[in-house]
Design a protein around this ligand. Sequence first.
Ligand code: ADP
Length: 349
Amino acid sequence: MAIDRVLNSDSTGAAEETYNASLRPRTLKECIGQQNIKDKLSIAIDAAKQRSEPLEHILFYGPPGLGKTTLAHVIANEMGAAIRVTSGPALVKQGDVMGLLTNVGAGDIIFIDEIHRLSAAVEEFIYPAMEDFKVDFTVDSGLHAKTINFPLKRFTLIGATTRAGLLTAPLRGRFGMLYHLDFYTPGELTEILRRSAEMLGLKCESKTLELIAARSRGTPRIANRLLKRVRDYSQVKGAGKMTLDIVSKSLEMEQIDTLGLDELDRSFLRALIKVYNGGPAGIEAIAATLGEERDTLEDVVEPYLLQIGFVRRTKRGREATPAAYAHLGMAIPKANERPVTQQELFEEQ
Ligand code: ADP
């Protein structure tokens, strides 16, 4: 069974979505971090506005919770354009896309989340829409099949994905701007939390926000979610005061350790170390051991463990690094204690 996870950086549920939306920055200036992307976007937006043209199509990629959706809304706001939001799995048939494309106004933005999950048929259908702003729609089938050519208004497509690698080359090639979102520094996360705390009318010592930031795995969505949990805890146990002691206790209750790792992160590392002797192990095997989806591990767990150097990805699979052993307080097995793999046998010869 999947482990319940406070740190799951995928957004869950309507209440969570409302909370997220209420804290979402509305302008580029309000966005914290990602300076390089903001600079480039700012220039592209100013240039497009000066020419009274829509922006080029944009692809944002990176782990969940880093601000891809936020940036799409910010761009729409800065451009004074309407935004239509959908996702790859929601667009199943050509008809689904047809409705979306024919209703879009000049300069409007279509945001497709999880764009790597578009079906092949839908993907091919949107190529001419992205390139020439027209679509060929087939009505009826067999002998009576007719292709109708629809001209479209010039729109901007913004795609978001956690896996740029899964995008086909023709789709990737149709985006004019591709931006990779990186994890945020603790300083940037503290800023984000300060802004959120102010918006929520919370009174807290600066050190408490630094503590939450340090435990947020470089991810604004996790930072805001932890802030919510800490707010609840302090209301019930600390008469509404978010002191350092209250914050530490509530994070402890959520089983988040000093590096911001939660039970699922630690289970991943423990499986790799105990069951697979530190690796190399394939992601499918680790997923089966944990009873988790492979996608969850690849999207949500691994990126941060790779970032902090606890896991290495090699051709033969995932390997735990000495830093991971040290964090879990485990001894690194001596070379002769590890089972020799077939590959290693060959390498030794
Ligand atoms: P993604 O689409 O990449 O999964 P979101 O755009 O939904 O991530 O971001 C999650 C939450 O994090 C947002 O609701 C917003 O409150 C916060 N957030 C994201 N990026 C920023 C930023 N640059 N500055 C401040 N808050 C941010």
